[in-house]
Design a protein around this ligand. Structure first.
Ligand SMILES: [Zn+2]
Length: 206
C-alpha cells in the first residue's frame, strides 16, 4: 500500500532497517552507509560500511549484505530478493548486484561521487548486461542524507580541532607532548566513495 510519500510501507520499513545498519557504521566512525537484503518479507542479509575498520576496499555495506544473504540461502543467486541501501551503490556494488541476479534495489540518497544507479552511470539497468535490476530511488532520502551530513559535520569539527592542535605543536612554548602530538598524528578518516568534503570543507550534501 502506498503511503503519502508514494513509497510502500514495506519499502519504508526495510529502509529503516538499512538506516539502523548505517547507524552502526556511524558508531565506529565509518561513513554511515547501511544495507539489508529481504526475501519473502524476511531480512536474510545485513551490512554496513566497515572499510577503514576492516582495512579492505570490499567492506561496503552491500557486499557484506550480499555475502550474508548468499550464506543464508546457500546460493550465489539472489533471485526473488530486494536490497535496501541508504546510499546509491558504487560501481563495485552495482556490479556485484547485477552478478547476484537480485530482482530489485531500493535506494535512499543519491551519490554524486560514485552513484551507479543512474547518477553517474546506470550499471543496475544497463541493457547490454545479461541482467537488469528493478530500481526505486529516494526512499527516506531525507533521513539517509541527514545521517551522512551529521557524519561529515562531525568530521569537519574533528579536522578543525586537529589543525588547532597541530598549530599549537608548531607554536613555540605551546608544546604538549601528549595531547597535541597525538592529535596532530591522528590519521584523517578516509571519506571514500561517499560524498566527501571538498577543498572548502563542505560536503557535497551541503
Ligand atoms: Zn559500494
Amino acid at each position: 500500500m502506498a503511503t503519502e510519500t508514494g513509497f510502500s510501507k514495506e519499502d519504508i520499513k526495510y529502509m529503516k532497517a538499512a538506516l539502523k545498519q548505517a547507524e552502526k557504521a556511524l558508531a565506529i566512525g565509518e561513513v554511515p552507509i547501511g544495507a539489508v537484503i529481504v526475501e519473502n518479507g524476511r531480512i536474510i542479509g545485513r551490512g554496513y560500511n566497515r572499510r577503514n575498520t576492516d582495512h579492505t576496499t570490499l567492506a561496503h555495506a552491500e557486499i557484506t549484505a550480499i555475502r550474508k544473504a548468499n550464506k543464508k540461502v546457500g546460493d550465489w543467486r539472489l533471485e526473488g530478493c530486494t536490497l535496501y541501501v541508504t546510499l546509491e551503490p558504487c560501481q563495485m556494488c552495482a556490479g556485484a548486484l547485477v552478478q547476484s541476479r537480485i530482482d530489485r534495489v531500493v535506494i535512499g540518497a543519491p551519490s554524486y561521487k560514485s552513484g551507479c544507479g543512474g547518477t553517474l552511470l546506470n550499471i543496475l539497468q544497463n541493457e547490454e548486461f545479461n541482467h537488469q535490476v528493478e530500481m526505486e530511488t529516494g526512499v527516506m532520502q531525507e533521513e539517509c542524507t541527514a545521517i551522512l551530513q551529521r557524519f561529515f559535520k562531525e568530521l569537519r569539527q574533528r579536522n578543525k580541532m586537529r589543525k588547532k592542535a597541530a598549530a599549537q605543536v608548531a607554536a613555540p612554548g605551546a608544546y604538549d607532548a601528549h595531547s597535541s602530538a597525538a592529535a596532530a598524528q591522528a590519521p584523517a578518516p578516509d571519506t571514500g566513495n561517499a560524498p566527501a568534503p571538498d577543498a572548502a570543507g563542505q560536503s557535497s550534501f551541503d
